[in-house]
Design a binder for this molecule. Structure first.
Ligand code: CU
Length: 142
């Protein structure tokens, strides 16, 4: 009897949690951000190109959604201004699916952000750079 009561007490919050997740999964529109997905990058990039330092974080948002945050710090010899967006393209690791260009929005000094959805789940490659010099980072879209 006591055990049953305890189970019922534990069961209710668990049911509520499960319900929340199901509701979140069924919701249409922009993917709901779970706390961990929104805060922890699925992939991190940090690479020194001749024009400057490229740092990027890729966040996986669910429903094939992703967000890319980029910080570009031009080197002293670079003539790329901090208001010039880097080129970002996405391609698939094991398939001939490429040419997805990611438009970026300037959100700060040398800081860029872009968001979108890939057409299928799996390993994707993000290329970030200027001209013919690119840094790359891989992430698992889901
Ligand atoms: Cu594919």
């Amino acid at each position: 009897m006591i055990i049953k009561a305890v189970c019922a007490l534990i069961g209710l919050p668990v049911l509520a949690l499960v319900g929340l997740f199901v509701w979140g999964g069924l919701r249409s529109g922009p993917a709901p951000l779970s706390e961990s997905d929104a805060l922890i990058p699925a992939a991190i990039l940090s690479e020194q190109l001749s024009d400057g330092m490229i740092e990027a974080q890729v966040y996986v948002l669910g429903n094939l959604g992703y967000r890319i945050e980029i910080q570009f710090s031009p080197s002293f010899t670079s003539n790329i201004s901090s208001t010039m967006p880097p080129e970002v393209s996405l391609s698939m690791e094991s398939m001939h699916m490429d040419g997805l260009n990611q438009p970026l929005e300037l959100v700060g000094n040398g800081a860029w952000q872009g968001q979108g959805e890939v057409p299928m789940a799996g390993m994707w490659i993000v290329n970030v750079g200027y001209g013919d010099e690119f840094a790359e980072v891989h992430f698992a879209a889901r």
